[in-house]
Design a protein around this ligand. Structure first.
Ligand code: ADP
Length: 518
């Protein structure tokens, strides 16, 4: 209940209004004192009195009633507070009309509890007299909540500022609202300088509202190259996600400086490039070595034979029979042809690699054509091998370059004979699969070791089981070139000691005349 002073009688104790005000003030939790125009305390509320009682103020002080509040403040040791003179200052300003009201938060700790109060001073008129109200509100709970909040905010800021990734929040208008230290560092700004800038200015794009966010949104993110404040460009990984809050959306952007990653990627690509270059160089060296070893083996034999025949003719020509002379000359001729053939093979391969071949395909019956090619072998090898032809079709029309395909087929047939024992069967099968001719040349020969199969089409490459059998390692490389000129494929299956099957798949129709670059 409001307690009126003796000196002044501001209220008619019987009036309803006064009772109402007393009751209302008593119901408030703030400690309230009513002052006259000289700052004399003329009334206090229940909370004021309770506070005085609780804090051990002597009852003789009559809760300050009749005392001048300014003097109380000026001489204050109240609440051990340094703020009392400030409250007095504010009170004076309000009394002089410099301020309408005044407010100050101050600590007011008890030996057992930390407390904070807010003092409020305001003026009003009562019955034509100026009056002042001083209210002290305990705001400890609010203060503690505020403290906890700002502590957790500081903790979050500390975490955000210590992560390496840039974290930015953007409002729906594309303006940066918060940015951590890493974000500022990535873009070359000082702490706090990013706030208020349009995001798209940093990303170097155009902001088209929600559409831009839709484009940037997504789990995968984007790799971008952006300009820093100092003009340098930096590669970043950027991802944006919408965060729906009660009062609208914000967009969180995670930014990662990927300079190091990019450098590593470039380094890896460079390493790979170098590795491939080295590999190519190694392959070239191996090719050269194979070429040289083929030359030394395969050229030496016919040359030695030519030399032998020549010596025989020179030394014993006059005493030898015409048949012996004829035989020596024939041998020279055969060996020269062999050498010519070998040189021709090397030339064919290198021409295919550099200039390419022109294929002149013409329509013909493939069955008749294959029979013709095979006939020559049947004639020459009928004593040593069984060379057989198999085809269930009456006719098979195909477009081929007769000369080039003959080269491929004769290589495969002569290999089948060369790598088979005497009496072995060499089977030439011709069939059709959809719009392709399938030619299979199968033998019962030595087979190809699995370790050599992958490299068999490389020029000069020979399998390890061919030591005693002469050869250059060029035939298959040339054969494949010829088959591919016809847009066909060449493959094989082989088992050591069982035999080998080479298979050509050949389109029956060729596209119009074209140049093949090997
Ligand atoms: P070469 O002049 O050595 O016969 P090719 O290029 O024609 O050269 O063949 C390459 C290698 O493939 C041969 O050296 C041989 O090891 C293997 N090869 C080819 N055809 C056969 C086959 N029918 N049977 C077994 N090995 C074969």
């Amino acid at each position: 209940m409001l307690v009126p002073s003796n000196a002044h009688e501001p209220f008619h104790s019987s009036s309803d209004a006064e009772r109402f005000i007393q009751a209302a003030l008593d119901a408030l939790s703030a400690h309230i004192a009513l002052l006259d125009e000289n700052a004399t305390i003329i009334a206090v509320n229940q909370a004021w009195r309770d506070f005085a009682d609780c804090n051990g103020l002597p009852r003789s002080s009559a809760y300050g009633l009749g005392k001048n509040y300014l003097e109380v403040c000026d001489s204050a040791s109240w609440h051990n507070s340094d703020e009392a003179p400030l409250v007095a200052l504010g009170l004076r300003d309000v009394m002089r009309g410099v301020l309408n009201d005044f407010e100050l938060e101050y600590p007011c700790h008890s030996p057992t509890q930390q407390r904070w109060f807010v003092a409020r001073v305001s003026r009003f008129e009562w019955d034509g007299h100026p009056r002042l109200i001083v209210a002290h509100q305990n705001v400890t709970e609010l203060k503690l909540i505020q403290q906890a909040l700002s502590q957790s905010q500081r903790r979050i800021e500390a975490i955000l500022n210590n992560v390496n990734n840039g974290i930015i929040t953007v409002d729906p208008l594309g303006i940066i609202r918060t940015a951590n230290r890493a974000a500022a560092r990535i873009f070359g700004y000082d702490d706090g300088e990013l706030v208020g800038l349009p995001l798209m200015r940093l990303l170097g794009g155009e902001f088209r509202g929600a559409e831009t966010f839709r484009q940037l949104n997504g789990e995968l993110g984007h790799e971008l190259r952006v300009h820093r404040a100092d003009g340098r460009t930096v590669p970043i990984y950027f991802s944006l996600n919408e965060l729906r809050l009660d009062d609208g959306s914000v967009y969180t952007c995670i930014i990662q400086d990927i300079t190091y990653r990019k450098q590593m990627e470039e380094y890896v690509i460079e390493q790979e490039r170098m590795r491939l270059a080295l590999e190519k160089e190694r392959d070239m060296r191996a090719l050269k070595n194979r070429f040289l070893s083929m030359m030394s083996h395969e050229l030496r034999t016919p040359l030695a034979s030519i030399s032998l025949s020549y010596d025989m003719l020179k030394k014993y020509g006059s005493i030898s029979t015409p048949e012996e002379r004829e035989q020596a000359l024939d041998n020279i001729q055969v060996q020269v042809n062999l050498l010519k053939e070998m040189i021709g093979d090397v030339m064919t391969l290198s021409r295919g690699d550099s200039e390419g071949f022109q294929i002149a395909a013409e329509g013909c019956d493939l069955i008749t054509y294959c029979r013709d090619v095979l006939e020559e072998f049947q004639f020459h090898y009928h004593h040593t091998h069984r060379v057989e032809f198999e085809c269930d079709l009456p006719k098979l029309r195909a477009e081929i370059d007769r000369k080039l395909l003959r080269r491929a087929l004769t290589n495969l047939i002569s290999n089948a004979i060369k790598y088979s024992p005497r009496g072995g069967l060499v089977l030439f099968r011709l069939s059709r699969e959809a719009d392709q001719a399938v030619i299979e040349i199968r033998d019962e020969g030595i087979g190809i070791p699995p370790e050599d199969q992958a490299r068999l089409f490389e020029p000069f490459y020979r399998a390890r089981n061919t030591d005693s059998i002469p050869g250059t390692g060029l035939g298959l490389a040339i054969t494949r070139q010829m088959v591919e000129l016809h847009n066909g494929t060449l493959s094989f299956v082989s088992r050591v000691g069982v035999g080998t099957s080479f298979i050509i798949q050949l389109p029956l129709r060729q596209p119009p005349l074209h140049l093949f670059q090997g």
